[in-house]
Design a protein around this ligand. Structure first.
Ligand SMILES: *Cc1c(COP(=O)(O)O)cnc(C)c1O
Length: 237
């Protein structure tokens, strides 16, 4: 078995066991393969091994990979910080956006979503950990923002997303994910998605209701910290 197929099998086992531990149906939890900084060839191998959903953080890098993989049927997810001058290409080239954190970005994505494509699936990113992590809206803003986004014609608000402050303590991991679930439960909207959990903390996220886990390192191996792409996150506006 190839390394990627082996890693997929290991992650699938972790997902299944985490779901069973809390009596959830493992099929409710979907695996989003985070392929940022990985070459297109790695995505091709992961596709051959059965994955279909891929998450990218950097627009230019993603567009290049999409162009060289256009023969594959991939569902593309944008998961990185969004500058407003990038929304048009994101609206044109992705199926999901997990990292919407303000109304201006949501409005632009809706306005710019091409008419021949279905409504763009989006999640509202929430900063559940306070000042330490910078991306995501304030928990207090979730209710008005979610309702405003849900009303936009060319977006389909699916739920909430978070990247909590990293911690090794499973109880702290669960507490952060529980906050996202509680915020979602407080919304009177039809939502079916909680995008939370990564390589280190997917078990805690699944225990608290994750429906997408976004996994990079555990599938593709460590990203090179020296990669210029890896450090080229756009500044937050
Ligand atoms: C990089 C990244 C991930 C994956 O992180 P790993 O620790 O490599 O699994 C998940 N979500 C987002 C938003 C990311 O930027």
């Amino acid at each position: 078995m190839s390394t990627i197929a082996n890693n997929i099998a290991k992650v699938a086992t972790r997902i299944r066991e985490a779901a069973q531990a809390v009596a959830r149906d493992p099929d409710e939890v979907r695996l989003l393969a985070v392929s940022k900084t990985q070459p297109a060839e790695a995505i091709r191998l992961a596709c051959d091994a059965g994955l279909q959903d891929f998450g990218e953080n950097y627009l230019q890098e993603a567009l290049e990979k999409q162009a060289s993989l256009s023969d594959l049927s991939v569902t593309w997810h944008f998961i990185g910080p969004i500058q407003s001058n990038k929304t048009k290409l994101i609206a044109e080239h992705f199926d999901w956006v997990h990292s919407v954190d303000r109304l201006k970005i949501a409005q632009r994505l809706s306005d710019q979503r091409p008419a021949h494509l279905p409504a763009l699936n989006v999640c509202l990113q929430v900063n559940v950990s306070g000042e330490a992590s910078k991306s995501g809206c304030d928990p207090q803003a979730v209710y008005p923002l979610a309702h405003a986004i849900a009303a936009l014609p060319r977006l389909r608000l699916r739920g909430l997303m978070t990247i909590p402050e990293p911690t090794e303590d499973p109880a702290e991991q669960r507490a952060a994910f529980a906050r996202l679930r509680q915020l979602q439960n407080g919304l009177d909207l039809e939502l079916d998605t909680l995008s939370m959990g990564m390589s280190q903390d997917l078990e805690a996220a699944i225990a608290e209701g994750a429906t997408w886990v976004r996994v990079g390192t555990a599938l593709f191996g460590a990203r090179s910290p020296a990669s210029p792409i890896a450090t080229a996150a756009p500044p937050h506006e």
